[in-house]
Design a protein. Structure first.
Length: 524
């Protein structure tokens, strides 16, 4: 037994109570420890609680401000002993234990109710920690594994958000999710904006002892490919180049991502429509959307970026006044895009949805040497192709996870007003992707810059240390199931520690994330 429930103080909340612990058991009063509270004499079902505050110490026989108490502290090097003291801890009431299940509690434990530690074997079932994606261990319980279930549609298909400051461990957590999702048969596509994931086919050379504690050993991914835009480069020597095809991009998305004004957008859409209608009668039928997104064996596209630029230039030469100015402004934006060299390259294939959506295969799209506009166009291209391919294949395509690193650089609060089509695409993937086992994983060190819509898409959130109040405030506003005391821990979380909130778990958990088995570029 750990201690007893204290009398309530002024301002106590329904879901809180306090425990009094004698001096000889103070060392057992640790935050994040789970306890069973047996009500004293009322006949109520036992309560499940978690220690979230303390220990706070009070002298037992004298007042805190008494001369004896203060002298014992001030003269600690010479005073024989401190007065007897006890400790107080705050407990979050998580529910009541009924027939091995946790149910909501409409009452609170009475004073002098017994508070006992719960053994790890009981917590495993109560907290629903079982699954096939090994994340780490429950804080305070080094032998109690925390897993996510890849087979539960409430988890991966309802999207994941991983947030934390630089060096907090979020990239390691992403690797852990990628490794075990791949092992569970998921096709994993990683949009890598920093080139950190390009060596995951190699085994980690760090933290081997910590891995062995989880029954794992360093191991590279067996089914692994790195792709990069043909105009750029990759840190991976055997990476595969790909070209973007203008015709693969939704015209509205293309307009949005090159930041075309409303008048420029109208002209761009009109030009594309003309190019499609002007195709020679003897030419093959325009490639279907299914063919375009598959990216295989479809060379006869309706138009290229060069043909769009040529048509725009011709229109600009014929136009006058404001109309001409608008065409030339559009021409400038298309020209900047063309100068990237990433579009419609000869002898280079586009990304094929069919090739990257394979059982257990991890595909890294390395855009670390690309401009921000090109990165966003690549991300939009891959998202659209994967979604359309999954939709076309119905139940025949494998379960899929798309990981978007530094998501705030793709879509942010600052750009959301002019990125309506992008947000709608993400919403559609989130809404309709779940039925097709398609999930998104957003990773960001700047959650304050992410629009609220992104948080709303993420039902599972993994929050590492966040020290900025702006970033922490953004997370708090969109995660109502996390207690304030847990949020107060977030700035002081250690490297690799995280608060995990998921529909799989009844309540948020504090977890020590296991080390990745694979290598990470720029770290080791």
């Amino acid at each position: 037994m750990l201690g007893y429930v204290h009398f309530d103080r002024s301002g106590m909340k329904n879901e809180r109570t306090e425990i009094l612990v004698p001096r000889d058991k103070v060392s057992q009063l640790a935050r994040n420890k789970y306890v069973k509270i047996t009500d004293s004499g009322t006949g109520a079902y036992p309560f499940l609680g978690r220690i979230v505050e303390g220990p706070f110490f009070s002298p037992e026989e004298v007042a805190r401000d008494s001369a004896l108490a203060q002298t014992s502290i001030l003269k600690g090097d010479s005073f024989p002993a401190v007065p007897e003291y006890y400790a107080v801890g705050g407990i979050e009431i998580l529910g009541q234990l009924v027939d091995g299940n946790v149910v909501g509690a409409n009452i609170r434990p009475a004073p002098q109710s017994k508070v006992e530690e719960l053994p790890a074997e009981e917590l495993q079932g109560l907290l629903n920690l079982s699954g096939d994606l090994l994340v780490g261990d429950l804080d305070g319980y080094p032998n109690l594994r925390v897993c996510l279930s890849s087979r539960d549609k409430k988890v991966i298909p309802r999207n994941i958000g991983i947030f934390g400051t630089v060096g907090s461990g979020k990239t390691n957590t992403a690797q852990v999710i990628i490794e075990d999702a791949s092992r569970a048969g998921y096709a994993v596509v990683v949009l890598d904006v920093e080139g950190e994931y390009v060596e995951m086919d190699q085994a980690s050379t760090e933290l081997g002892a910590a891995l062995r504690r989880f029954g794992r050993s360093p191991e590279g991914l067996a089914h692994f490919t790195v792709y990069y835009p043909v105009a750029g480069e990759s840190e991976k020597a055997d990476a595969t180049p790909f070209t973007l095809r203008c015709a693969d991009l939704d015209p509205l998305l293309l307009s949005e991502l090159i930041e075309a004004e409303e008048a420029q957008e109208r002209r761009l859409l009109g030009i594309i429509d003309e190019l499609v209608r002007e195709r020679p009668k003897q030419a093959k039928e325009p490639a279907t959307l299914k063919g375009l997104v598959a990216g295989e064996g479809v060379d006869d596209v309706p138009y290229t970026l060069n043909s769009v630029i040529g048509k725009t230039a011709a229109k600009a030469a014929e136009a006058k006044g404001a109309d001409q100015y608008s065409y030339y402004a559009l021409l400038g934006k298309l020209g900047r895009l063309n100068r990237t060299g990433a579009f419609d390259a000869k002898d280079c294939k586009p990304i094929s949805a069919k090739s990257i959506i394979r059982d257990g295969h991890v595909s890294i799209i390395d855009v670390s040497y690309s401009s921000d506009v090109l990165k966003n166009l690549v991300i939009a291209d891959v998202l659209r192709k994967v979604f359309e391919w999954k939709r076309a294949q119905a139940d025949n395509a494998p379960k899929t996870l798309i990981v978007i690193e530094e998501a705030h650089s793709f879509i942010s609060r600052e750009t959301i007003k002019r990125m309506h089509e992008t947000v709608e695409m993400l919403r559609e993937i989130a809404r309709r992707g779940r039925k097709r086992w398609l999930g998104l994983c957003f990773i960001s060190q700047q959650p304050a810059h992410l629009p609220t819509e992104i948080f709303e898409l993420c039902n599972t959130r993994i929050v590492h240390s966040v020290k900025s109040q702006a970033n922490l405030g953004s997370l708090k506003l969109t995660a109502g199931d996390v207690a304030e005391e847990i949020w107060n821990m977030v700035p002081s979380l250690g490297i690799g520690q995280a608060v995990i909130s998921s529909p799989q778990f009844r309540d948020p958990l504090v977890v020590n994330v296991r080390p990745a088995q694979t290598k990470r570029k720029f770290v080791e």
